[in-house]
Design a protein around this ligand. Sequence first.
Ligand code: PEP
Length: 249
Amino acid sequence: MQRPVLAANWKMHHGPTDAREFLRTFLQYYPRHGDRQVLFFPSAISLPAVVEGLRDRSDIRVGVQNIHWEDKGAFTGEISAPMARDAGAHLALVGHSERRHVFGETDDETARKVAACGRAHLVPVLCVGETLAEREAGETEAVVLRQLRTGFSLVDAAQVAHAIVAYEPVWAIGTGRTATPADASAVHRAIREELKQLAPERHRAIPILYGGSVNRGNAASLLAATEVDGLLVGGASLDAEGWSAIVRA
Ligand code: PEP
């Protein structure tokens, strides 16, 4: 197995002052571990504070939670992939369920954002996942694979090979309900099969993360599940001590 990826999505929490304070505590508890990759996705306004706070820690990477699909233009309130890269981001979440379901982001828009990441040399973390209604209708695999295929439809196999995929069932995000390790494995296996088509030579190198109410109690068993290469964590990544316990474990 490749080294696990442990990613913190802070959502709309931790402004610059809180972010600096968080990192002071976190870095005390988390010395370098070469056998895992830790990622932070702060809000865009806290990105410079996090990049600065991790200046001496090249083992930890930082990303943004969203980008616009255009590189520049009259899009008030948006940030572009080149701007994020210029500010020190190495990755971008694309198609997080809150973007899709709260802000109405479509599959086609995620595809354009993945393409924008490629132009700016940002690693896209393409998030896919079914709603509860879709799950109950037996559509999990169809929905997830459609999101995956469309999300990568504007980039070539080499760019797919540099991406990360996050399976985040919508019904599990922020709800306290998690997929069982077996359920996560089943969907991750289907994702891997699809990645085999999209990046035939390099599909094994693409980390597939699980996200959805991961916490200190369930992180290890989810991470041990077949085809789970890492975790994308929201709520449980907001506390520096708690998050360091998850990434150290
Ligand atoms: C997320 O925001 O990507 C997420 C998985 O949130 P939570 O861990 O709070 O469910």
